[in-house]
Ligand binder design. Structure first.
Ligand SMILES: Cc1ncc(COP(=O)(O)O)c(C=O)c1O
Length: 653
């Protein structure tokens, strides 16, 4: 008898034993035929010259520790590209191989041949071929095979049913090779390499390892409450009251001794708005109607009376969820492009990559305070169009992340005209609308700019504006609240977006409540009005001071240049890289600014993000930092950056 594992699935070792087979080519032949995937190869190795070891990888495994079957050499013969197994030991080896493959998944997936009427339901990756003429012997062997195989398959199925665990030999179904490639392509620098290293150092510090600093200063992400900002009192009071069951909250006899009357009154109103269900039930998929009315009133007030419709407002889990929804709708196929600023907040590049669309970058003008230049927009659009990209949308971040810039009214008017002229959906990321620190600067919404150039009235633009409770002075990032307002879209498109929102059920209700409290605080004259305004002002003024400490401080370091942050929460300085750093980075296979940021982290404990994660002109290097930690901490950080840069230049001179 011989059992042959053919060359499609066997790699013989260079030490193959080439014994003459002819004497033994009798009996039942068993030929393994398996689908032609590389991962299916079975590695054959000679073990001390006395036996042959067959490593049996599962079809998709990348794991080296695959099961090994050892067969004495007396039962195996090697031929060009194959190994044949003989006798009872050979038969057992073949059956063992079969058993390795006979998991339920492989039986279903490997789409081979039924081998026996009793296993008719089963599809199996191996085919037996009859090659011998001695009928009795053959029948006996076939019978044994069937019996053994049936037993093994039954055992494997029973063990599936009973334990529901995978056999050790089975590969993971979801691997880097099987997953959606867009997910692997997507990068999100704000939580990238340097941050992972910072977390590791933080753990090391906690377990006693010594560094030249005693804690990590996280300035990598706009997450104010994670670096010391206290939540505003009144919104939290209202939220707590909405969350509490009535009997221990708004209906408690002593409630007015514990909470201000305006917080209790607002909590009652919110509970009513939520239909009496409280914060633990799903709301309307666009968000609770009462909150959307609050948002519409806020927008109308902000935009000088321009009407806003609650039905055109979708409440979202932070601005991110709205951005995601819109990009999902816009990136119809791989030829669709979205214009994004360079530098940009990486949710845009990441999501476009994830969806398989095209990023069409337009450069912001650093020398001119990161403003948008119309010729640059036309250049970028034209180049993309010439490459066959269908550009559908234009992303504007104002005030800018990471640029820290507040765009002027005329700049905004030019941008809305540009979008209208080229029929681009304008995605207006306005999450930093409250973070404007320069007295000479003013936040102007894209909707207002569109109105001022007559585009709203003409139905001349499709525009979405995003806002969030994560930024401004609320800094309630973890509550995931925000909204988007749709302007100028067809009703059927809005219906489809509503369907998408419905598939996600609703945005978190506590995030919705916070959003309504952000757009509608206590009324003037209410008991909490003054204290609420004072808390907001204190946070705002401190942010204003920090923006100056950091942008001026960095700009004063020779070799580092930083535009003044007139808004948002970030500075995006450029750093002159010493020559040695460029070659060292190349050798290490990292960007020069990653090398710089890693070095800064390891020497000072400051965690910033390499500028390359946001996009920048070729040959520019730098980093992004927030100015969210305390004023003292930020002042210290600037000094540390100065000292470290000096050292860094000496080290890589
Ligand atoms: C420009 C910009 N847009 C959107 C977001 C998303 O914020 P969230 O989803 O927390 O509202 C951020 C967060 O940093 C941001 O900087």
């Amino acid at each position: 008898m011989s059992y042959k594992i053919s060359s499609t699935n066997v790699k013989t070792s260079p030490y193959s034993n080439r014994r003459d087979l002819s004497r033994r080519q009798r009996g039942l032949g068993c030929q393994a035929r398996r689908p032609s995937s590389k991962a299916y190869s079975t590695v054959v190795d000679i073990d001390y010259g006395a036996s042959v070891a067959l490593d049996i990888p599962s079809p998709t495994t990348t794991d080296r520790s695959v099961p090994r079957i050892t067969v004495p050499l007396s039962s195996a013969v090697f031929r060009e590209g194959s190994v044949e197994l003989f006798g009872f030991t050979g038969l057992v080896a073949v059956l063992t191989i079969l058993s390795r493959l006979s998991t339920r998944d492989e039986l279903v997936r490997n789409h081979c041949h039924s081998i026996h009427p009793t296993l008719g339901r089963t599809r199996f990756p191996l085919v037996f071929t009859y090659t011998h003429t001695r009928p009795l012997m053959t029948l006996a062997t076939i019978g044994t095979c069937w019996l053994l195989l049936s037993a093994m398959i039954l055992t494997s199925q029973t063990s599936f049913a009973s334990s529901a665990t995978k056999p050790k030999s089975q590969a993971k179904r979801l691997t880097l090779d099987t997953m959606y490639p867009g997910l692997r392509k997507m990068e999100y620098a704000v939580r990238g390499k340097v941050v992972i290293a910072a977390d590791q150092i933080s753990d090391n510090l906690a377990s006693g390892k010594s560094y030249p600093f005693d804690h990590i200063v996280y300035t990598n992400i706009g997450n104010p409450q994670s670096v010391g900002q206290q939540p505003l009192t009144w919104p939290r009071q209202v939220l707590a009251l909405v969350d509490l069951p009535d009997a221990v909250g708004i209906q408690h006899p002593d409630i007015l001794r514990l909470f201000p009357a305006d917080a209790v009154a607002r909590a009652k109103e919110i509970k009513e708005g939520l239909g009496g269900h409280g914060s633990g039930a799903y709301s309307h998929s666009k968000g609770c109607r009462a909150f959307r009315r609050d948002i519409a009133a806020f927008l109308q007030d902000r935009d000088g009376g321009l009407p806003a419709e609650p039905e055109d407002i979708f409440m979202t889990n932070g601005a991110s969820a709205g951005i995601n929804m819109m990009l999902n709708a816009l990136v119809a196929d791989s030829s669709c492009g979205v214009m994004i600023p360079i530098p940009q907040y990486p949710i845009y590049s990441a999501t476009i990559d994830l969806l398989g669309g095209q990023k069409v970058g337009y450069y912001l003008n650093e020398a001119n305070g990161w403003e948008l230049n119309m010729e640059e927009l036309e250049r970028s659009l034209q180049e993309a169009t010439e490459q066959g990209i269908k550009v559908n949308a234009f992303v504007l971040i104002n005030p800018g992340n990471p640029s820290g810039t507040v765009l002027s009214r005329t700049n905004l008017q030019d941008i809305v005209r540009f979008c209208a002229k080229h029929n681009l959906v304008l995605l207006a990321d306005e999450v930093y609308q409250e973070n404007v620190y320069d007295e000479n600067a003013e936040f102007v919404s894209c909707k207002r700019a569109a109105h001022e150039v007559g585009l709203l009235e003409d139905d001349g633009i499709e525009l979405v504006s995003f806002h969030s409770i994560s930024k401004g002075v609320f800094g309630e990032c973890g509550r995931r609240g925000g909204y988007m307002e749709l302007v100028g879209f067809n009703a059927d498109v809005k219906d489809e977006l509503y369907k998408l929102a419905s598939a996600n059920l609703c945005a978190t209700v506590s995030g919705q409540i916070m959003t309504s409290l952000m757009v509608r605080g206590p009324d003037q004259g209410d008991v909490s009005y003054e204290s609420h305004q004072a808390e907001k002002k204190a946070i705002f003024e401190s942010l204003r001071r920090r923006s100056k400490i950091v942008s001026d401080g960095l700009n004063n370091i020779p070799g580092i240049s930083c535009q003044t942050a007139t808004g948002s929460m970030y500075c995006f300085p450029s750093v002159e890289m010493p020559k040695g750093a460029l070659s060292a980075a190349e050798k290490m296979g990292v960007s020069p600014d990653t090398l710089y940021c890693m070095s800064l982290l390891e020497r000072t404990g400051l965690c910033v993000v390499p500028a390359s994660g946001f996009g920048q002109r070729e040959g520019r290097y730098g980093f992004r930092t927030t100015f969210l930690p305390s004023e003292d901490e930020m002042a210290r950080a600037v000094e540390q950056i100065r000292e470290h840069y000096h050292e860094f230049c000496e080290m890589y001179a």
